[in-house]
Design a protein around this ligand. Structure first.
Ligand SMILES: Nc1ncnc2c1ncn2[C@@H]1O[C@H](COP(=O)(O)OP(=O)(O)OP(=O)(O)O)[C@@H](O)[C@H]1O
Ligand SMILES: [Mg+2]
Length: 607
């Protein structure tokens, strides 16, 4: 558990220049007109804050309208007109507050939503263009929380926390000025308590922030467990690991509980501290003030005004710590979001383009996955795909076949050696252009949430309905698609119809057929089909492979026999190379033995 915590630790955020710089970046997501609206909203905020600070003044005046002073004593002498006049002021005051609060909130929300939409979009754009290392390092749950938790934090701060914070600052300063103008002597007493409160509040705030962050992290871990378990529920059930997962969750939930309770104690302590300081100060001030009223140096309404203002200032200060915590959390959220937005993208913007009609050559390619950098998965691979020809790749499970296709696709870059198209290193080519000439039928097909039609069209978004139907037909998928009540409109993916492995493969093949690529990669494309379907699909694939550079990875002899050349892989290296006829003629050759024993190559290579 401890190790999981450390890799999820969020960098601690202080209010420093660098962090603020990142936050200022957010304002770039505000259009010019929105910046004005935001400023206008802030002005409205100031107006409504100003209106609320007049409230104590009016109440004080109202009291002075009721009480008349005689030689330091107080006797009632009601002045109805004065009270009515003040009541009218109250109505105006509340109307102003109501209107400006409404305007302020609407403006802030509007500007914030506009800004977060831009931020979200950029974040998404950045996530999809990250390289595979990024997806190896960040779990789906974590990426999701950038979109949900972090963006929500930013939204809350811009619509609420920031406004509260500004309002509290305004009320505090205006309150202090008013207090000083009304009664400098009493104000001095009051102000002498403030620095103490501030220092201790900051100290407390820091603690609470630290604990809050921990709680946030543990909550995220908690969500990761839920996500992992539900998305892999088949495995959980198949291996009867419900108890194991429940224990894992319970352990984390217990930890979360304890940390949250700890945080609760500190928050409780913080609020008692505020109460003691605030009420202590108020009682003390009332005591002093009443003495002044008795001595006749201060009208009672003035004291009332003073005390209310003091309460305003005190509450503002107390609330500021919480807002400050929120703002700091937001700085953390902004940093995490901006860091992803700024992360280097994989897309190679090079102007260099080249049609894939030359041989693709692997030259001394060495590669290891970032997660296991010490053991190379591909070790000095030298091989080539002939232009317009079919190349087959065979070898035991785990020998590195799929990895090789990942390098060909430039999902990863080799540690040493290079892959050339003709004599051009592929990483110097425009990546988008390069990949758009390729099609892959992967070993594990995933379909998107949407209809079968949309899933096939994914291969070529501009394709016509007719082409899509033809592709489905060629992939031998038409029969089963039309057997569904909704046909091509049948929904698949997470929320839709579950397709069998072979059905999914045929949709992926239809996608590839539709794409009509220059380079076709089939990674066990027909492995999930029954032999009859495979026979037909293979016919379609053979037609598709004609005069096209193709790389076929297969375990079944029938699929590889007719390839123009065959490369045999063993533990990350090329062991043999030749045509079927050449390879079977090789005495003691790996391939030959495989054919002679009439075994599935995977069984053979694994033995
Ligand atoms: N994303 C990854 N991160 C780390 N290691 C990986 C990753 N993908 C594959 N490997 C490792 O690389 C090695 C080669 O895997 P690869 O998928 O290329 O084998 P393969 O030849 O395609 O096998 P199969 O016939 O079973 O599909 C394996 O040892 C595997 O554990
Ligand atoms: Mg594989």
């Amino acid at each position: 558990m401890a190790s999981r915590r450390t890799d999820r630790e969020i960098p601690k955020l202080k209010l420093n220049r660098e962090n603020l710089k990142k936050s200022v970046r957010l304002f770039r997501y505000m259009s010019k007109s929105n910046r004005w609206l935001f400023a206008l909203g802030t002005l409205f905020l100031a107006i409504s804050a100003g209106a609320s600070i007049l409230f104590p003044k009016l109440l004080g005046n109202m009291m002075d309208g009721v009480f008349v002073y005689q030689n330091g004593g107080v006797s009632t002498a009601p002045s109805t007109e004065r009270i009515q006049e003040i009541a009218r002021y109250f109505i105006i005051l509340f109307a102003v507050q109501a209107i400006f609060s409404f305007l302020r909130i609407s403006l802030y929300v509007r500007v914030t939503e506009d800004m977060t939409k831009g931020l979200r979009t950029d974040l998404f754009k950045s996530v999809v263009s990250q390289n595979m290392h990024f997806f190896g390092e960040n779990r789906t749950g974590e990426i999701l929380s950038r979109f949900s938790a972090d963006i929500a934090q930013i939204q809350d701060t811009f619509t609420t926390n920031l406004a509260f914070f500004i309002r509290q600052i305004l009320i505090m300063f205006a309150g202090i000025i008013l207090i000083f103008t009304s009664s400098p002597e009493l104000a001095l007493y009051m102000v002498s308590t403030i620095p103490v409160v501030v220092v201790i509040a900051l100290f407390f705030g820091k603690f609470i922030r630290k604990i809050s962050k921990e709680v946030q992290d543990i909550t995220a871990q908690n969500n990761v467990i839920v996500e992992e378990t539900t998305s892999g529920i088949i495995n959980v059930k198949a291996f009867t690991n419900e108890t194991f997962e429940t224990d894992r969750y319970t352990e984390n939930a217990e930890f979360l509980k304890q940390e949250s309770i700890k945080r609760g104690y500190w928050r409780g302590a913080f609020s008692s501290f505020i109460i003691i300081c605030l009420f202590g100060a108020i009682v003390w001030l009332i005591y002093l003030g009443l003495g002044m009223v008795q001595a006749g140096t201060m009208p009672i309404g003035e004291l009332f005004n003073f005390m209310l203002l003091t309460a305003f200032v005190g509450t503002s200060m107390g609330g500021m710590a919480e807002q400050f915590v929120q703002i700091q959390k937001t700085l953390g959220a902004i940093e995490r979001v901006i860091d992803i937005i700024d992360a280097p993208k994989e897309s190679n913007q090079s102007e260099e383009t080249s049609v894939i009609n030359k041989p693709l050559v692997f030259k001394d390619v060495v590669f290891s996955y970032p997660s296991r950098s010490e053991s190379p998965v591909l070790n000095k691979i030298n091989m080539q795909l002939l232009s317009g020809k079919t190349t087959a790749l065979v070898g035991a499970s785990g020998s590195g076949k799929s990895t090789l296709t990942a390098l060909l696709y430039q999902f990863y870059q080799p540690q040493s050696g290079e892959i050339l198209l003709g004599d051009q290193p592929i990483q110097t080519l425009n990546l988008h252009e390069y990949r758009s000439q390729m099609a892959l039928v992967p070993q594990e097909v995933t379909l998107f949430g949407g209809s079968i039609f949309e899933n096939i069209r994914y291969g070529k978004p501009t394709a016509s309905d007719h082409d899509i139907r033809e592709a489905a037909k060629d992939a031998f998928a038409l029969d089963f698609i039309e057997a569904f009540p909704d046909g091509f409109d049948t929904l698949v993916g997470d929320r839709g119809m579950k397709l069998s492995g072979g059905q999914k493969q045929r949709i992926a093949i239809a996608r590839a057929i539709l794409r009509d690529p220059k380079l076709l990669i089939l990674d066990e494309a027909t492995s999930a089909l029954d032999s009859e379907s495979e026979f037909y699909v293979q016919q379609a694939l053979n037609k598709l492979m004609q005069n096209r550079t193709s790389l076929v990875i297969a375990h079944r002899l029938s699929t590889i026999k007719n390839a123009d050349q065959i490369w045999v892989m063993q533990r990350g290296q090329i062991a043999e190379h030749g045509t079927h006829t050449e390879l079977v003629a090789k005495a003691d050759g790996l391939y030959k033995q495989m054919v002679e024993r009439q075994l599935d190559p995977s069984d053979f290579f694994n033995s």
